[in-house]
Design a protein around this ligand. Structure first.
Ligand SMILES: [Mg+2]
Length: 210
């Protein structure tokens, strides 16, 4: 599978539009168990990446992902900034160094780098499965990549994984202060992660880069 620079720029635009469309919903989820700023934070982060999309898309893919991660860290803020930033930066670092401009491995080639990046997110957030964070979406998505599932299945898995954070009790972040009262609300970070995953999968389903 090959991902042209134009694909990367288009994916950035798509992710920004998806977050913009669902910003109020993400903030509403965060209002229930946090401080209500997740939608605004994610919008700010994606807006900053979008502003740099042409320069980013011209970079070799590992450097492009690292740059996106840095821009996200600098602009999202809150708890999500360092987690999304770590995910993208570590994914860039985990890809083969010889990946050219826009070169993207096939999904099964992405599985191992994504596994490393997710492990870095877990260390950064001192979190694991079942803690009611975006990791609860990332782990099953990575497992789908290992199974070489089609994009539509990966998107469905991400949505259902985000939904499944509802009954969980938060063990990390501000939501954990609520204890059992965090139960019954979908985690906003898991929700934004599922939105972004589904948007990216939708692009690959439609365009099937080869
Ligand atoms: Mg918040």
């Amino acid at each position: 599978m090959h991902l042209a620079a134009a694909d990367l720029a288009a994916l950035i635009a798509l992710c920004r539009a998806e977050i913009d469309r669902h910003g109020e919903h993400l903030s509403a989820l965060d209002s229930a168990i946090g401080d209500g700023d997740h939608g605004a934070n994610m919008r700010r982060g994606l807006e900053a990446v979008f502003a740099e999309r042409d320069a980013i898309a011209a970079l070799p893919l590992p450097a492009a992902l690292e740059r996106i991660g840095l821009v996200l860290v600098m602009n999202i803020g809150g708890a999500a900034g360092p987690l999304y930033g770590t995910l993208l930066m570590e994914l860039g670092r985990a890809l083969p160094g010889d990946a050219g401009a826009g070169d993207l491995a096939a999904p099964d080639d992405l599985a191992a780098p994504l596994e490393r990046a997710i492990a870095a997110v877990a260390r950064r957030g001192r979190s694991g499965p079942g803690d009611k964070t975006l990791l609860d979406v990332l782990y099953p998505v990575q497992a789908e990549l290992v199974r070489r599932s089609p994009p539509g299945d990966i998107a469905a898995c991400a949505r259902s994984a985000a939904h499944s954070t509802g009954p969980m009790q938060a063990r990390r972040g501000r939501a954990s202060f609520l204890g059992a009262r965090s139960i019954g609300h979908e985690d906003p970070g898991a929700s934004s992660c599922a939105l972004l995953t589904a948007a990216i999968c939708g692009y690959f389903e439609e365009h099937r880069p080869s």
